[in-house]
Design a protein around this ligand. Structure first.
Ligand code: MN3
Length: 256
Protein backbone atom coordinates (compact mmCIF):
# COMPACT_ATOMS: atom_id res chain seq x y z
CA UNK A 1 0.00 0.00 0.00
CA UNK A 2 2.85 2.35 0.98
CA UNK A 3 4.48 1.61 -2.33
CA UNK A 4 1.29 2.56 -4.21
CA UNK A 5 1.00 5.78 -2.15
CA UNK A 6 4.60 6.82 -2.88
CA UNK A 7 4.16 6.03 -6.58
CA UNK A 8 0.96 8.13 -6.66
CA UNK A 9 2.74 11.01 -4.89
CA UNK A 10 5.63 10.68 -7.31
CA UNK A 11 3.24 11.03 -10.29
CA UNK A 12 1.46 13.99 -8.72
CA UNK A 13 4.80 15.78 -8.25
CA UNK A 14 5.81 15.01 -11.85
CA UNK A 15 2.47 16.36 -13.14
CA UNK A 16 2.85 19.57 -11.04
CA UNK A 17 6.43 20.10 -12.25
CA UNK A 18 5.38 19.49 -15.83
CA UNK A 19 2.54 21.98 -15.60
CA UNK A 20 4.93 24.61 -14.13
CA UNK A 21 7.27 23.94 -17.00
CA UNK A 22 4.45 24.34 -19.52
CA UNK A 23 3.50 27.61 -17.90
CA UNK A 24 7.07 28.84 -18.19
CA UNK A 25 7.12 27.87 -21.88
CA UNK A 26 3.81 29.63 -22.43
CA UNK A 27 5.19 32.76 -20.77
CA UNK A 28 8.24 32.76 -23.04
CA UNK A 29 6.08 32.50 -26.16
CA UNK A 30 3.80 35.26 -24.95
CA UNK A 31 6.51 37.93 -24.77
CA UNK A 32 4.95 40.87 -26.64
CA UNK A 33 6.19 41.39 -30.20
CA UNK A 34 8.30 44.51 -30.79
CA UNK A 35 6.26 47.52 -31.82
CA UNK A 36 6.69 49.03 -35.27
CA UNK A 37 8.74 51.82 -33.68
CA UNK A 38 11.21 49.39 -32.08
CA UNK A 39 11.62 47.46 -35.33
CA UNK A 40 12.57 50.64 -37.20
CA UNK A 41 15.33 51.62 -34.79
CA UNK A 42 18.40 52.45 -36.84
CA UNK A 43 21.92 53.37 -35.85
CA UNK A 44 23.90 56.51 -36.52
CA UNK A 45 26.56 56.90 -39.23
CA UNK A 46 28.69 58.58 -36.53
CA UNK A 47 29.05 55.21 -34.76
CA UNK A 48 30.76 53.48 -37.70
CA UNK A 49 34.48 52.93 -37.09
CA UNK A 50 37.03 51.77 -39.64
CA UNK A 51 40.16 49.74 -38.92
CA UNK A 52 43.65 51.27 -39.07
CA UNK A 53 45.11 52.24 -42.42
CA UNK A 54 46.16 55.19 -44.57
CA UNK A 55 42.64 55.77 -45.96
CA UNK A 56 39.84 56.97 -43.69
CA UNK A 57 36.10 56.67 -43.52
CA UNK A 58 34.32 59.57 -45.22
CA UNK A 59 31.58 61.11 -43.06
CA UNK A 60 28.13 60.51 -44.50
CA UNK A 61 27.03 64.11 -43.88
CA UNK A 62 23.36 63.23 -43.19
CA UNK A 63 21.38 60.66 -41.21
CA UNK A 64 20.49 57.25 -42.61
CA UNK A 65 16.82 58.29 -42.91
CA UNK A 66 17.56 61.72 -44.41
CA UNK A 67 17.03 60.64 -48.03
CA UNK A 68 13.64 58.97 -47.53
CA UNK A 69 11.48 58.26 -49.45
CA UNK A 70 14.02 58.19 -52.32
CA UNK A 71 16.39 55.90 -50.42
CA UNK A 72 15.16 54.17 -47.26
CA UNK A 73 17.02 54.26 -43.95
CA UNK A 74 17.64 50.50 -43.82
CA UNK A 75 19.33 50.51 -47.21
CA UNK A 76 21.51 53.50 -46.29
CA UNK A 77 22.54 51.92 -42.99
CA UNK A 78 23.57 48.57 -44.51
CA UNK A 79 25.20 50.29 -47.48
CA UNK A 80 27.31 52.70 -45.39
CA UNK A 81 28.03 50.68 -42.24
CA UNK A 82 28.53 47.28 -43.92
CA UNK A 83 29.28 47.43 -47.67
CA UNK A 84 31.26 50.69 -47.70
CA UNK A 85 33.10 49.91 -44.46
CA UNK A 86 34.17 46.53 -45.85
CA UNK A 87 35.51 48.12 -49.07
CA UNK A 88 37.52 50.63 -47.03
CA UNK A 89 38.97 48.06 -44.61
CA UNK A 90 39.79 45.62 -47.44
CA UNK A 91 41.38 48.44 -49.46
CA UNK A 92 43.68 49.40 -46.56
CA UNK A 93 44.56 45.73 -46.06
CA UNK A 94 45.27 45.17 -49.76
CA UNK A 95 47.62 48.18 -49.72
CA UNK A 96 49.89 46.42 -47.18
CA UNK A 97 51.42 44.23 -49.87
CA UNK A 98 52.10 47.19 -52.21
CA UNK A 99 54.31 50.30 -52.36
CA UNK A 100 51.28 52.51 -53.04
CA UNK A 101 50.31 53.65 -49.51
CA UNK A 102 51.69 57.19 -49.98
CA UNK A 103 49.79 57.88 -53.18
CA UNK A 104 46.42 59.62 -53.43
CA UNK A 105 43.35 57.48 -54.17
CA UNK A 106 43.21 58.98 -57.70
CA UNK A 107 46.86 58.00 -58.34
CA UNK A 108 46.19 54.47 -57.06
CA UNK A 109 43.14 54.12 -59.32
CA UNK A 110 45.12 55.32 -62.33
CA UNK A 111 47.52 52.41 -61.68
CA UNK A 112 44.79 49.85 -60.94
CA UNK A 113 45.60 46.94 -63.22
CA UNK A 114 43.65 43.75 -63.66
CA UNK A 115 46.48 41.69 -62.14
CA UNK A 116 45.65 42.86 -58.61
CA UNK A 117 41.86 42.52 -58.50
CA UNK A 118 41.59 42.75 -54.72
CA UNK A 119 43.23 46.17 -54.70
CA UNK A 120 41.38 47.31 -57.81
CA UNK A 121 37.91 46.28 -56.56
CA UNK A 122 38.34 47.70 -53.07
CA UNK A 123 40.08 50.94 -54.11
CA UNK A 124 37.22 51.44 -56.57
CA UNK A 125 34.65 50.54 -53.92
CA UNK A 126 36.15 53.15 -51.59
CA UNK A 127 36.42 56.00 -54.11
CA UNK A 128 33.08 55.33 -55.85
CA UNK A 129 31.07 55.30 -52.62
CA UNK A 130 32.80 58.46 -51.33
CA UNK A 131 31.54 60.20 -54.47
CA UNK A 132 28.10 58.58 -54.27
CA UNK A 133 27.44 59.73 -50.65
CA UNK A 134 28.33 63.28 -51.67
CA UNK A 135 26.34 63.14 -54.89
CA UNK A 136 23.15 63.09 -52.81
CA UNK A 137 21.62 65.50 -50.29
CA UNK A 138 18.24 65.73 -48.55
CA UNK A 139 15.89 68.00 -50.56
CA UNK A 140 18.36 67.95 -53.45
CA UNK A 141 17.52 67.59 -57.12
CA UNK A 142 16.39 70.43 -59.33
CA UNK A 143 18.71 71.80 -61.98
CA UNK A 144 22.46 72.47 -62.00
CA UNK A 145 23.52 76.14 -62.15
CA UNK A 146 26.29 78.40 -63.43
CA UNK A 147 29.20 76.97 -65.45
CA UNK A 148 28.02 73.38 -65.01
CA UNK A 149 24.56 74.20 -66.37
CA UNK A 150 26.13 76.01 -69.33
CA UNK A 151 28.50 73.11 -70.06
CA UNK A 152 25.68 70.55 -69.84
CA UNK A 153 23.74 72.60 -72.41
CA UNK A 154 26.87 72.85 -74.59
CA UNK A 155 27.69 69.10 -74.48
CA UNK A 156 24.23 67.49 -74.31
CA UNK A 157 22.01 70.13 -75.93
CA UNK A 158 19.95 70.70 -72.77
CA UNK A 159 19.59 69.53 -69.17
CA UNK A 160 16.61 67.40 -70.23
CA UNK A 161 18.65 65.57 -72.86
CA UNK A 162 21.48 65.03 -70.38
CA UNK A 163 18.98 63.55 -67.92
CA UNK A 164 17.51 61.28 -70.58
CA UNK A 165 20.97 60.14 -71.67
CA UNK A 166 22.14 59.44 -68.09
CA UNK A 167 18.96 57.49 -67.27
CA UNK A 168 19.08 55.44 -70.48
CA UNK A 169 22.73 54.64 -69.94
CA UNK A 170 22.08 53.57 -66.31
CA UNK A 171 19.00 51.54 -67.28
CA UNK A 172 20.83 49.74 -70.08
CA UNK A 173 23.78 48.82 -67.85
CA UNK A 174 23.71 45.07 -67.30
CA UNK A 175 24.44 43.77 -63.79
CA UNK A 176 26.39 45.47 -61.01
CA UNK A 177 28.23 48.69 -61.69
CA UNK A 178 28.10 52.48 -61.72
CA UNK A 179 26.68 55.30 -63.83
CA UNK A 180 28.78 58.48 -64.18
CA UNK A 181 28.89 62.03 -65.38
CA UNK A 182 32.54 62.70 -66.22
CA UNK A 183 34.78 65.35 -67.74
CA UNK A 184 36.99 63.78 -70.41
CA UNK A 185 40.53 64.96 -71.21
CA UNK A 186 39.29 67.48 -73.78
CA UNK A 187 37.07 69.07 -71.12
CA UNK A 188 33.88 67.66 -72.59
CA UNK A 189 31.16 66.28 -70.29
CA UNK A 190 30.20 62.68 -71.00
CA UNK A 191 27.91 60.00 -69.59
CA UNK A 192 29.26 56.49 -69.10
CA UNK A 193 28.89 53.35 -66.98
CA UNK A 194 31.45 50.91 -65.54
CA UNK A 195 31.30 47.29 -64.37
CA UNK A 196 31.67 46.13 -60.76
CA UNK A 197 33.68 48.71 -58.78
CA UNK A 198 35.58 50.08 -61.77
CA UNK A 199 35.50 53.79 -62.55
CA UNK A 200 36.56 56.10 -65.41
CA UNK A 201 39.90 56.97 -63.75
CA UNK A 202 41.14 53.42 -64.25
CA UNK A 203 43.28 52.43 -67.21
CA UNK A 204 41.42 50.60 -69.98
CA UNK A 205 38.12 52.35 -69.21
CA UNK A 206 35.99 52.61 -72.35
CA UNK A 207 35.54 56.33 -71.73
CA UNK A 208 38.25 57.79 -69.52
CA UNK A 209 37.80 60.96 -67.51
CA UNK A 210 37.31 62.55 -64.10
CA UNK A 211 33.98 61.62 -62.48
CA UNK A 212 31.87 64.44 -61.00
CA UNK A 213 28.59 62.55 -60.36
CA UNK A 214 28.22 58.88 -59.32
CA UNK A 215 25.20 56.56 -59.15
CA UNK A 216 25.56 53.11 -57.58
CA UNK A 217 23.80 50.47 -59.71
CA UNK A 218 24.48 47.50 -57.42
CA UNK A 219 21.33 45.82 -56.11
CA UNK A 220 22.40 46.50 -52.52
CA UNK A 221 21.84 50.21 -53.13
CA UNK A 222 18.11 49.92 -53.86
CA UNK A 223 16.72 46.39 -53.51
CA UNK A 224 15.06 46.67 -50.04
CA UNK A 225 12.86 49.51 -51.24
CA UNK A 226 12.59 49.02 -55.01
CA UNK A 227 13.13 45.26 -55.47
CA UNK A 228 13.49 44.65 -59.23
CA UNK A 229 12.36 48.19 -60.15
CA UNK A 230 15.81 49.65 -60.76
CA UNK A 231 14.35 52.21 -63.18
CA UNK A 232 12.35 53.78 -60.33
CA UNK A 233 15.49 54.05 -58.20
CA UNK A 234 17.33 55.73 -61.09
CA UNK A 235 14.45 58.21 -61.62
CA UNK A 236 14.31 58.87 -57.89
CA UNK A 237 18.04 59.62 -57.72
CA UNK A 238 17.43 62.81 -59.74
CA UNK A 239 15.30 64.18 -56.89
CA UNK A 240 18.20 64.04 -54.41
CA UNK A 241 21.25 64.96 -56.51
CA UNK A 242 23.53 67.47 -54.78
CA UNK A 243 24.16 69.73 -57.78
CA UNK A 244 26.11 72.20 -55.66
CA UNK A 245 28.68 69.49 -54.88
CA UNK A 246 28.78 68.33 -58.52
CA UNK A 247 29.39 71.95 -59.57
CA UNK A 248 32.27 72.21 -57.04
CA UNK A 249 33.86 69.08 -58.48
CA UNK A 250 33.42 70.37 -62.00
CA UNK A 251 35.18 73.63 -61.10
CA UNK A 252 38.05 71.64 -59.55
CA UNK A 253 38.48 69.73 -62.81
CA UNK A 254 38.44 72.98 -64.84
CA UNK A 255 41.29 74.38 -62.70
CA UNK A 256 43.59 71.47 -63.60
MN1 MN3 B 1 27.40 50.13 -53.16
Amino acid sequence: MNKILSLTLYFIIIVILQSCNNKKLTEVVEVPLPTAEEKLTIGSPEDVEAGDGPFKLQKLGYRYDALTPNIDAGTMEIHYSKHYLTYLNSFNKALDSTQLSDLTIEEILAKAETNHMELRNNAGGYYNHNMYWESMIPKGGGNPKDTLAASIDRDFGSFESFKAKFKTSANLHFGSGWAWLITDKTGKLQVTTTQNQDNPLMPKSIIKGTPILALDLWEHSYYLNYQNKRKKYIDSFFEIINWKKVQERYEEVLKK
